[in-house]
Design a protein around this ligand. Sequence first.
Ligand code: SF4
Ligand code: SF4
Length: 104
Amino acid sequence: MALRITDACINCGACEPECPNNAIYEGGVDWRFSEGTTLKTTTPQPPYVEDIFYIVTDKCTECVGFHDEPQCAAVCPVDCCVLDLAHTETEEELWNKKRFLHES
Ligand code: SF4
Ligand code: SF4
């Protein structure tokens, strides 16, 4: 499943550069499928939230294909990167998402 950032986020920015899918954005900043992927879709998408960092569900693979554990959760100093129970996915679905993001 994807991860999400809770409102305990202190906006330190440590997680953003660690994401292999560029799925993490600062609050209030538009996101794009093309950023950090091989996808061509550059249409800006509205931010999920305005005041804290957020994770784009459709770009988060739980780091599958790159790392053994979610890198955002590993570096977050306040442990606010957590599994998003509203978006459960199997290992196979995460691999398919990774291929979609990087081999399309
Ligand atoms: S779990 Fe991995 S892919 Fe998902 S947002 Fe965190 S660093 Fe990015
Ligand atoms: S590392 Fe944690 S506290 Fe820092 S911006 Fe990311 S989610 Fe927020």
